[in-house]
Design a binder for this molecule. Sequence first.
Ligand SMILES: NC(=O)c1ccc[n+]([C@@H]2O[C@H](COP(=O)([O-])OP(=O)(O)OC[C@H]3O[C@@H](n4cnc5c(N)ncnc54)[C@H](OP(=O)(O)O)[C@@H]3O)[C@@H](O)[C@H]2O)c1
Length: 307
Amino acid sequence: MRIARAHEFGGPEKVVIDEIAAPEPEAGQIRIAVKAAAVNPVDWKLLSGKAPVLPPLPLVLGGDVAGIVDAVGDGVDTWSVGDRVFAHPGLTGGYTEGIVLDASFVAPMPKAASFSDAAAVPLVALTALQGFLADGRDLSGLHVLVHNAAGGVGNAAVQIAKAKGAKVTGTASAANADFVRSLGADNVVDFRETDVGSCPSDVDILMDLVGNSQETGMWSLIKSGGSVIRIAGGAKAPPEETVDGVRAYKVRVRPNGDQLAELSAMMDAGKLKSSIEQSFAFDQVEQALRASMGGHVRGKIVLVVAQ
Ligand SMILES: NC(=O)c1ccc[n+]([C@@H]2O[C@H](COP(=O)([O-])OP(=O)(O)OC[C@H]3O[C@@H](n4cnc5c(N)ncnc54)[C@H](OP(=O)(O)O)[C@@H]3O)[C@@H](O)[C@H]2O)c1
């Protein structure tokens, strides 16, 4: 089988396609014949060799897969060969034609979704969902501010918050404003153009997907008792802290098949849709990574691994 991997750290040109034997599932695991994977900013950050914790080499990037179960390990009775599934395998491992995963990481693919649509969802939607769960409140009636609503995590966060009954404001450039409204956002603002002080300070939850919300004064928009979910930034912050009366939670996404099944059901119900800006063939992985590095992706970039 083909696998895209880097034998040394560096830029996207370091990722090459190798041929290896397919891995065999052990007890409690399944193997997925991967049809599509997705690209996330963490991929090129890990590849650069400048992440605080370096992954081992050779490095297989990729935090999303969608495909068909083609082998089942001992003791697994939740999945059968032929099942259409998707998963967040962790931050690495997804750029491959065959991946072995713990059976509990996996969820049934949304019934009507293509493999590409499914692969565009796990990492980003789990990040958003786990962020809201860290706050712990019922979102119904709360005002959620998604800072960077047009990117991968943001487009999932807007839809999940709306599905759970929140009022949503998203930050985005003028070019992405209509896209963010189409996801269900009630308001769109760009704090690169608009003074923070001119905005209403009635936010219950600020989800920071840029990492600059504190420095740019956005925390002043949060009501007493409100919270910040730090998805980007806060590298040195503790998991939870209270700063100037604002509760701040640092969230790092984790695999979770049960939560992914909830997201799959939301997709079946039409409440969560993939937004794919660009698809690349598997052997165009270098170009796919470069597109993500540009920093202006609307929605997601997907790799079509196999037909
Ligand atoms: N903690 C975790 O577990 C976790 C999980 C997933 C992602 N992350 C991190 O979260 C961040 C977002 O990830 P992502 O996948 O959503 O990124 P992404 O898809 O690459 O985000 C691209 C989008 O960001 C927008 N953007 C950039 N600066 C902005 C600003 N100041 N205000 C509003 N929009 C802005 C761009 O819009 P324009 O074109 O208009 O600039 C573009 O649409 C990344 O740093 C990523 O590494 C962390």
